[in-house]
Design a protein around this ligand. Sequence first.
Ligand code: CA
Length: 224
Amino acid sequence: MRILLVEDELEMAAALRAALAQHDMVVDHVTTLAEGEEAIATAAHCAILLDRQLPDGDGLTLIPRLRACKQIAPVIVLTARGELGDRVKGLDTGADDYLAKPFAIDELLARLRAVLRRAPVMAPDRIRAGCLDYDWHDRCATIDGVALDLPRRELLVLEALLRRRGRTVQRAALEEAVYGFDDEIQSNALDMHVSNLRRKLMKAGAGLEIHGIRGVGYLLKHAA
Ligand code: CA
């Protein structure tokens, strides 16, 4: 998932980048309105985190330009100006959410998930990997039209691996995908879900293999 971060405070930007990277997000960071405009013209982002007080102007002015390029990515405005009038102005300009600094990274992540849930249009409805079709809307995996029966956590593992298929998914990112904030994570539980999923994919002839990368995570790729 690719996020555009428009923020001129470098310390804040570095902290956000690190936190988002841990959650399997790729961050394009720019520090000015002008660079922000260039970034929205050159890449599709799933969401935009936008500071208001930028060296070359008010971040809010980027939103109408974004919409003019038919970019539907949700925008969360991050700003020190937390007063009600500014909040209303931000939302009226077309921002999807508004977060006053200082904020907890966890709150930002929760709000990001919320705006992404409301904007499912960015993701294709279905993907095909090997012989497996996955419907993101129905959350159903099928192989040759036959649905694969997966318990919730195996399904979450599959989704996380499919999102980054062909690349290694870090263990922490998988745990984040599979467990909620309040879940207790038992040390071998993730490996068990992965191993069950691996067996089911193989048995159903998915044409996909899950490789364990020792000390790092797992990788989903086409069967050799
Ligand atoms: Ca600023």
